[in-house]
Write a protein of this length. Structure first.
Lengths: 408, 300, 433
């Protein structure tokens, strides 16, 4: 590579700066100001129409303008400048909307409840000693393990098996995928209806409790037979259970039989039932995503490799383990990474179901609790930083993988 | 490619597992949907499976819950607002991300790997972490050492604030996924286009975008559903104290969750209504969407 | 586009002209947010109809059950409404300490009149360094127990006037094969507040009554003081005595407070109601099944929370909203003065679904749509006059306690049983900032 002259270097730097900073900034500001003014001037309906049309297309002006600018650059430098220009706006927006706030939050995490004076690492020592925080961290780990494992597993099963069908593949995949379209608020409402608990003698309308209380000879879920009310007050009947309020298994029959056992049953009796029932909602919602992506990966396996496996007479499970899994390994890692990140950010489900009560809290909700319920800016920022730190292993892992695939 | 010749695939066992999974998945919605057509008192009086069993369900079917929830004031306005937020919030990040993904996939520049790692790293930053600094940014800009970097914009409570926010939050995943998708395109085709002297802009628009259209559509569906279903960002950046700023989700959450007591009839019908648009989008784009994800594979 | 922007410019100019012209506030908008939703929100908004007609100031109220979080973010961003109606005075004080609010003195509110119309105790709740930031609004009464007179009469039960009588009645009901109390303290994100209410009512009736209560709130006595332990023991007697509560002790934490009372309205196979007594605030009627709501005050009515110490005056526990003001625009000041006047609540009071009680002592209680509301309102004003009204302690304590450890440890106490009392109180004491 030939040495750059001073002038070229300066020129290079100037254009990079324009591409990465100034141009996106101008676009950002002009769109902001344009629509702020429009909001004041035009009526609501017009604003909606203009918003949809102009709001969507305004960004093309940015790339168009940058393209014109690039043409001024010397030909041999154009490529790398253009690369910066292409990547620039994305990096600018990510920087301004994610990194800048993140850095500010890290800064605030060393401050007191008002965000005014520094209080050292006090917030951090609180985060790892406060019982509620420790429970929250435990829940986060439970969520990570269960949600990631089951979405990947069921996703793989559905992706693999539906691919084996001659007919109905799309049907099965879309059923499993459908919950992706439903908002977390909706999904949580759906599951709350299943877990619903009502105090006796009310009819149990949640199906789990409904089945529980009506199993037994003298038990019925308030069914009226020939004008006589049949209820579940008899001592032989199962009690209805507030599923989202059970921190362990001690209220279940299984819990009672486990009580006296060794370490394993001690572990089981502390099984955080409500947390697990809540994370089921997330598995329900995200498995379809995994299934669809895996199915795509499986379809990309060249037919000759699969056929070779079949000719060798390998069993289906063998083909799955020794051909399919290795072939779509990178897809599994991508989906896995995405799921880990999504679980660490999980917020809506807890927020609209229990709001973290009875040891169901997750870090993202805890963060907002600290901000709005306890009005402590410092601690809230600290929790945010912890979420952030949790993913560092993932970043590192991804970096290594990236390096590996580049060196191939 | 067809696999019709692989007759041993259609084993009953395979079907059994799939049917079991499908039933498990559809079941939660089933009872919920059925119950939404029952009168308010009936929902609480008997369980829905009981009413199906006795046949009572069919005699008391009603749309009353839906009309009660739907004719709440100005739901149509909230619906337009949702569209005005969702459409630009889908197109802007995809445009920006597609360009960036192209750069990361096919171009060489200094610090590329590092910058891409930053994109990946940014995926973890929880959006909750960004909310407060961003609201402050939109209100009064950024100042660093007395120098104004971004002036006071005062755009909280306008659509543009939500577009930017959703763009910022959606970009990391969009860039990441689209780059992954583009990496899967046949490199030789792009290389040969470059050798033929096509500029990057031409290659991008004439070759890469058409080839990636299914990947783009796939992400568009994701982003659309995400933005449409979101209520946190809308509440924070649009504000809820001006009724004309409500979106469907925040409106629904006010109607549905905000009501007292055991208003299951409203919760059920309200949740079902709020699911309609995303489900229509999903089912109409689904084939495209799934093909989009599959499209990452080499075309046969 | 061009035409529109010229039109817009003209519109803005004409508005400026109007604003500068006569000093009239016609067309000025004032935004209020709060945690009121549903009927209460509609009632609150309706209060301003006549005001808007008179002054031309357009007031719009937007309630949200997510209010506390939203207003925090709005304050941080500077994008606040004009007035916010908080469900806890503690939050108003906190916002004032952070410098977001304008004091009522600075708004030119006549403080003597304000004090006279809402009592010094209430006014003092919004005080920071001698200035007052919280505007009083509506309250609810918590020191009440709901019951059904017909069911009592049919079984020969009489209304308990002391704690011991209540326990005796409860034992009688258990002996008769039924369940005395409805008790449910689950509440998304706020689970446990029902038990803290019980604690507060007991605290007001034991020790030195309100004096102890005030010391407890201000942490002049520690949370694990014997007086507090005594109160917790009384509460534990209700929660943990076999057969006292619907569904057993385990159900206390599982039952959503909003349908905790439903067993009272439901008959079992023998024709007995699911429970006989339910200690819950006056606002709970809005959570009742529709059929039961009509009978509020007649079929289902209240007796006062029983006395525990003859030497103490009858105390009343309550809670309610306080508003904080973010700016001193003329229109805002108009609204604030209106919100503190005695005719402010007229429209809301007349709504058939209203269960909120306006705090102004001169308010015409005959306007309330329901008899029961009138009775409860008189109880509140009576207690205020005798300085025996106290605000919900958990709303006054620091949020780490009042919305944190106090709630949480009461949930734990319900689950763990009486042996947990000391641990619970010690944990709360440690968490006090």
């Amino acid at each position: 590579m030939k040495k750059l002259t001073q002038r070229e270097k300066l020129f290079n730097f100037g254009i990079s700066l324009l591409a990465l900073g100034a141009f996106p900034l101008i676009w950002f500001l002009s769109q902001a100001i344009l629509f702020r003014e429009l909001t004041e001037i035009v009526s609501r309906n017009v604003l909606v129409v203009i918003g949809i049309i102009v709001g969507s297309s305004f960004v093309f002006l940015l790339f168009n303008g940058m393209e014109r600018l690039i043409r001024l650059a010397p030909r041999e430098r154009r490529d790398s400048l253009e690369a910066r220009m292409f990547a620039g706006p994305s990096l600018f927006m990510i920087g301004l909307f994610l990194f800048y706030p993140a850095i500010r939050t890290i800064y605030l995490s060393f401050k007191d409840r008002y965000g005014k004076s520094f209080n050292g690492v006090e917030n951090y020592s609180w985060a790892f000693s406060d019982t509620e925080m420790l429970v929250t961290i435990r829940n986060q780990i439970v969520w990570l393990v269960f949600v990631v494992f089951f979405t990947l597993l069921i996703g793989l099963i559905v992706g693999w098996l539906s691919d084996r069908l001659n007919k109905g593949e799309a049907f099965f995949k879309s059923i499993v995928f459908m919950p992706m379209a439903i908002s977390a608020v909706g999904a949580t409402a759906i599951f709350k209806f299943i877990y619903e608990y009502r105090p006796p003698p009310l009819t149990q309308i949640g199906i789990i409790n409904g089945i529980r209380v009506s199993s037994g000879e003298k038990c019925s879920n308030n069914r009226i037979i020939e004008g006589v009310l049949n209820d579940y007050a008899d001592p032989s009947c199962n009690r209805a259970i507030g599923w989202l309020q059970q921190r362990d298994l001690s209220n279940l029959q299984i819990g009672e039989t486990l009580e006296s056992g060794g370490w394993l049953s001690n572990l089981l009796v502390n099984f955080p039932l409500n947390t697990v029932l809540l994370l089921v909602i997330m598995i329900w919602a995200y498995t379809g995503f995994a299934a669809v992506v895996f199915s795509a990966g499986i379809k990309a396996i060249p037919a000759d490799i699969m056929e070779a496996g079949q000719i060798d007479g390998a069993s289906e499970i063998r083909i799955f383990l020794s051909i399919v899994i290795p072939y779509i390994k990178s897809t599994i890692i991508v989906v896995g990474t995405y799921m880990v990140v999504t679980v660490l950010k999980a917020f809506d489900i807890i927020y609209v179901s229990t709001r973290g009560d009875l040891e169901t809290n997750l870090l993202a909700v805890k963060m907002l609790d600290e901000f709005s319920k306890y009005r402590n800016i410092g601690r809230s920022s600290t929790v945010a930083v912890i979420i952030f730190v949790c993913v560092i292993p993932i970043i590192v892992g991804n970096a290594l993988r990236e390096k590996e695939s580049n060196s191939l | 490619m067809t696999r019709n010749n692989q007759k041993w695939y259609d084993k009953p066992f395979t079907k059994l597992i799939l049917v079991a999974i499908a039933i498990t998945w559809i079941f939660p919605i089933f009872g919920f949907l059925l119950s939404s057509f029952r009168p308010p008192e009936a929902i609480k009086r008997t369980s829905w499976w009981e009413s199906l069993y006795t046949g009572e369900y069919w005699t008391e079917l009603t749309l009353q819950n839906y009309s009660e929830v739907f004719f709440a004031e100005n739901l149509s306005r909230s619906f337009y607002n949702s569209l005005a937020i969702t459409i630009p919030s889908t197109i802007i990040p995809i445009t920006i991300a597609a360009f960036a993904a192209y750069a990361f996939a096919f171009m060489d520049f200094r610090g590329k790997n590092f910058l891409f790692m930053m994109v990946v790293a940014s995926m973890i930053i929880p959006l909750q972490m960004s909310l407060i600094p961003l609201v402050q940014l939109f209100k009064s800009g950024i100042e660093l050492g007395g120098i104004t970097i971004i002036p006071a914009l005062d755009i909280n409570g306008t659509f543009v604030a939500t577009w930017f926010a959703h763009t910022g939050f959606g970009l990391p995943l969009a860039t990441f996924l689209l780059r992954d998708f583009m990496m899967g395109l046949p490199r030789s085709v792009i290389e040969s286009a470059k050798i033929d002297g096509a500029s990057n802009m031409t290659t991008f628009f004439k070759l890469v975008v058409p080839l990636s259209i299914s990947g783009i559509a796939a992400f568009a569906t994701f982003q659309f559903l995400w933005v449409y279903n979101d209520f946190l960002v809308a509440n924070v950046f649009l504000g809820v104290y001006k009724p004309e700023n409500l979106v469907v989700t925040s409106h629904m959450s006010q109607i549905v969750v905000g009501l007292f007591g055991e208003a299951w009839h409203l919760r059920l019908s309200g949740a079902v209504i709020s699911m309609i648009v995303p489900l229509i989008v999903f089912f109409s784009l689904q084939r495209y969407f799934i093909r989009g994800l599959i499209g990452g594979a080499v075309k046969g | 586009m061009k035409k529109r922007s010229i039109f817009g410019l003209l519109l803005i100019l004409s508005m400026i002209a109007a604003a500068c012209g006569g000093g009239s506030l016609e067309g000025e908008e004032v935004f209020i947010t709060g945690a009121l939703v549903g009927n209460d929100a509609a009632g609150f908004q309706e209060n301003f109809d006549s005001f808007t007609e008179e002054t031309g100031i357009i007031v719009s109220f937007q309630g949200s059950d997510n209010f506390e979080q939203e207003v925090q973010i709005q304050m941080e961003s500077g994008d606040t409404p004009d007035i916010a109606l908080w469900p806890q005075p503690g939050a108003v004080v906190d916002a004032a300490q952070r410098g977001y609010l304008v004091s009522l003195e600075d708004l030119g509110v006549d403080m003597d009149e304000y004090r006279a119309s809402f009592s010094s105790y209430i006014v003092g709740l919004g005080e920071v360094d001698g200035a007052h930031y919280g505007g009083a609004h509506a309250f609810n009464l918590k020191s009440i127990v709901w019951y059904q007179p017909a069911e009592f009469e049919a079984r020969g039960y009489s209304i308990p006037s002391t704690w011991d009588e209540m326990i005796a009645l409860a034992d009688q009901i258990v002996a008769d094969g039924m369940t005395p109390f409805c008790f449910g303290m689950y509440s998304n994100g706020a689970s446990g507040w029902l038990a803290t209410d019980w604690m507060e009512d007991i605290m007001l009736r034991t020790g030195e009554g309100t004096a102890t209560y005030d010391k407890w709130v201000s942490h002049d006595i520690p949370f694990n003081d014997p007086v507090v332990k005594n109160a917790a023991t009384f509460l534990s007697q209700i929660m943990h005595t076999e057969g006292y509560v619907v569904g057993g002790t385990d159900a206390i934490v599982s039952t959503y407070f909003g349908n905790a009372q439903d067993p009272m309205f439901e008959k079992d196979a023998n024709g007995n109601p699911g429970c006989f007594m339910h200690r819950q605030a006056s606002f709970i009627t809005s959570f009742w099944p529709e059929a039961a709501q009509a009978g509020a005050g007649s079929e289902t009515t209240v007796f006062p929370f029983p006395a525990m110490d003859d030497g103490l005056p009858k105390a009343a526990l309550g809670a309610g909203d306080m508003f904080g003001v973010f700016n001193d625009r003329d229109a805002t000041i108009e609204v604030v003065n209106y919100m503190l006047s005695n005719d402010f609540f007229e429209a809301a009071a007349q709504r058939p679904d209203n269960s909120r009680i306006y705090g102004h002592v001169d308010f015409d209680t005959s306007l309330y749509s329901k008899d029961i509301t009138r009775v409860l309102a008189d109880t509140i004003t009576g207690a205020l006059a005798e300085n025996a009204f106290r605000f919900d302690a958990s709303d006054l304590m620091p949020p780490e306690v009042g919305a944190g450890s106090f709630w949480k440890e009461m949930m734990n106490l319900a689950v763990e049983g009486p042996g947990y009392i000391d641990t619970a109180l010690n944990n709360i004491e440690t968490s006090w900032p």
